[in-house]
Every structure is written in structure tokens, then in C-alpha cells.
Design a protein around this ligand. Sequence first.
Ligand code: J2J
Length: 542
Amino acid sequence: MLNGCPSWPKEFKEFYRKEGCWKGETFGGILRERAKGYGNRIAITSGEKNLSYAQLDKRVDQLATGFQTLGIKKEDRVVVQLPNITEFFEVCFALFRLGALPVFALPTHRSSEVNYFCEFAEAVAYIIPDKHSGFDYRSLGREAQLQVPNLQHVIVVGESEEFIGLSNLYMDPIKDEPNISPSDIAFLQLSGGSTGLSKLIPRTHDDYIYSLRVSDEICNIDQHSVYLAVLPVAHNYPLSSPGVLGTLYAGGRVVLSPAPSPDEAFSLIEKEQVTITALVPPLALIWLEAIKSRHYDFSTLKVIQVGGAKFSAEVARRIKPAFGCDLQQVFGMAEGLVNYTRLNDPEEIIINTQGRPMSPYDEIRVVDEDDQDVEPGAVGQLLTRGPYTIRGYYKAEEHNTKAFTSDGFYRTGDLVSLNSSGYLVVEGRDKDQINRGGEKIAAEEVENHLLAHDAVHDAAIVAMPDPFLGERSCAFVISRHQNVTANELKNFLKERGLATFKIPDRVEFVNAFPYTPLGKVSKKKLRQIIAEKLTSSKLTHL
Ligand code: J2J
């Protein structure tokens, strides 16, 4: 087992195996089996390109050989930053087969995040597209190569320039496959983060594949399913709930949308006879608006999932009438626990709750600040442990003592209430994070960047309400001198290579922060201040 990855205690491992949760499968093995069983069936559609299970399996073998030739081996970490293209799957499965670990960066990450992932994970390689959505990723490759000494290879899909072209790495399989154990770590997923930088989440073949199997059952995914991936597939939600990997596990077909907009996605739903897709709440709003004026045949579409951030009941109610399919709410986290509303749940449950845990082996507790269970139905912090929820982050010993209870429950940082039928409603958050329409921002990470500016004496970032994204970010700043502007600070963050979604939407200059009785900056008060300011400015505009 990779160093720095806490695991389940022995008795839990035995229990999850005995109960049949962990069946001893590996990602490399699954693809091989699907290729045997489904050979010519299409696994992935991307534009005009259709890749069958057999073709995918073969290309994965060839690429694994290419990676081996570069010296990439078991337990090596490889930062993978690819958009929704077939190469994402070829790269990941080739790494899985070698026992090398993808570290899943998102396409929106920039040099600040990428360099940190490469450095912290001690990555040997970094894999990128040439260009995507108007951005040239090779510039990130150059920076990473300069800044991160452990990084040996930058591999590019497309025009590789001075780097290694992925297309040159498909070689005839010659070498032996390493032995991969189902209890090995398969990859490192990213946490949304609340303290400082994103933590890395070690997921095993056994635990993740279990979550795919249960997700498939709950979402009725089988070999006839067609999953449209509109969100970036590296994110845990479209990757696994049941997402692209759940679809491949079931022998279904994944259709990749180059962008989430109705322009691209709606015609794909009709043309490819999509049966299920997954959205975040702001995208659901855009789709609801767009469907009013467009006419497509959506008769194959059975389910639209919405998750990643709180979906308001008023909007949730509009999905079924507008699209003629069922809504499924998904409340999950890359650390593990995923809750779903069930497809045959009563309408009011689907609209008003964020679902219930997918597995009977998920343990959840709703507790107060002293870790005591709250009264049934009351709001408290959600703690969880189970067969696919990690017991600790990668190389984060100290943080793990705070993020997990001594008996192994993960502190989700979500404030929830649990109803008498076991369904959860997300009521708020007790972590220093902004959820910008599903994109997570760790306040402390951005604050630290702001503090690096000469003119910034102190900074505190909080969420402010937003009708479209749910939340946007507001930075309260105490400046050292009067003439620094909000735009200067935003540009400064951009120049430091911070992902655009993390750049504060608004900057408020103040002379002092409100404090709690314990002397900490009161973010609650700051959230109130900005919310009131927004309301009153709206009133004056009436
Ligand atoms: C409110 N908050 C939600 C929801 C996530 C499936 C679905 C989502 C994620 C994900 C995921 C929410 N309502 N429906 O990994 O497999 C917030 C919570 C949670 C955090 C996790 C999956 N769905 N959230 O969003 O790791 O605060 O995973 O703890 O990115 O998003 O974020 P992340």
C-alpha cells in the first residue's frame, strides 16, 4: 500500500469483504472482462469517434506499454488534467493497469493548483491537452517543468511542441503487467478543501468499484444505458455517481459532450439517444431556460441528476414537466459518501431532499459541536463512515486528526437534518468553503494568496448569496494603503496562476473585521454584512 494513505482497520476490511461489498475487482481487470463480454459494443462516443470496449482495451494496453517505456511504474503518481475526450479514459485505464496513480486535476485549474499537485504528490508525469476552451495547457506544462524538479515528463494530447506526444506512446504490448491488488490505491481524487490547499483523497479499486456497483443499481444503469457527460469527467460526481465509470462498469455507453451548454448537449441527447445525464444546479437553470425555445426529441432521456450544490425545491419542481424525465438529487463528496433520491421515491421526497445514503453499510451521524447526536430531525453536522468513505487524506497526518473522529467517521462539514425516513436535507455548511454552483473554493487558500500582496494587511473570504450560482465569493480586505483597487487584487490572483473560479467575485475594503468572543474573525457576521448590503442595494435599485 502506498505510504501516507490511512486505511480501514482490519476488522472493517474483513467485514466489508465478508458482506460482499469489496469483491476483489480492479479497474484494469474490469475493462479486460468487459472487452471479452461486450467486445464490439461501443464504450465511448466522442464527436464522430466511437470506441468499442475491445478497441478501448487494446489501446489501453498499448498506452500502458508506452508509459512503461517512459519508466512509469506501480505507485508512481501522474497528474492528469484532461477534458472530456476519449484519451482521458485511455490514460486512466493505462495507469490503472500499471498500478500508477492518476491525480485528477480539473480543466479549470491553473499553475498554482497544478504545480502544487505535481509537487505534493511527487508526480513523475503531467498529462494535458494541447489547447482546450481557448486555453493553451502547454504553458502550464512549461511552468510545471520549471518549478517542480520531481516532474520527469509532460505528455500532450495533440500538438506536443517540445513535450512528449501521447499519440507516440501507443506501442505493441510487450512487457509484463504488474500485479495489482484490489486493495491498492487506484487514484488520488481532489477534495474541495477548506483549510489551505486541496487535500488528496486516496481511493482503492475495491472501495470505488463498490460505489459504482451500488450507484448503477440505484440509477438503473445497465448495458443499454447511454450516459451523457457534460460536467468535466475528472470530477468525482460525473466520474462515479454513477457517471462515466459506473456506465462502463455496466457495459453501457458514455457520450462525451465537449461543453455543458444546451447548444452542444441537447442535440447529443437526441442524436445519441441519451438515457441519463448529470448537472449542477446553475446548469439545470440554463437548461430549463433553453428548453423553452427549442424542440428536440428527448424521449429516450429517463433521468436528469442534479447535485454538487443545493438545488432549490422551486427549481427542482420544474425539471420533470420541462424535460419529461425523472429528477434525481445527488449529494455526494469525493471523500466517499453519496446520497441519492431513489427513482421511484414520492415526488415530494425527490424535490425536497438530497436523498439518502446509497449503501446499507453507510453509517451516518448528525451531531452537535460536542459530537453528541442531535434530536431526531434537528440540524447538525454530518459525520459518516462506510465501505467507500476514506479513513484519511493522503500525507495529511495532522489534518486527519481533525477531519476524522477517533473512531473513523469523516467530518463532512455539512449541516444537515435527517428525516424519519432516513433522507437528508442539506441545511448549510460548517466548513470554511464557498460552493460556487458546485465548484468548491477553500477560503483559506485564496486568503493566503491575497496576503501575499503588499497592500493587503488582512483578508477574509466568505460566500454571498447569488440567484444563479447559489453562492459567489466575497473577499473582505483590510488594505495597508488606500489606493489599491479590487481589480488590481483580482489581476494579482490571476497572475499567481489561481483558477479563475477562485478569484473573488467581489472585494469589500474595510477598516476592521468583526470578531467572535474567542477572538476569531467572525465569518458569520461577514456573510450577514454582505448579504444585507446586497439586499439593500437591490432595494435602492427598485
Ligand atoms: C448540497 N451540497 C452538496 C447537494 C455536494 C456526487 C455528487 C456531488 C459530489 C461533490 C460528488 C450537494 N446539495 N446535492 O463527489 O460523487 C457539497 C457538500 C459536499 C461537497 C462535496 C459526488 N452535493 N454538495 O460535489 O467533493 O458540501 O463532491 O460535502 O466536489 O459538495 O464536494 P465534492
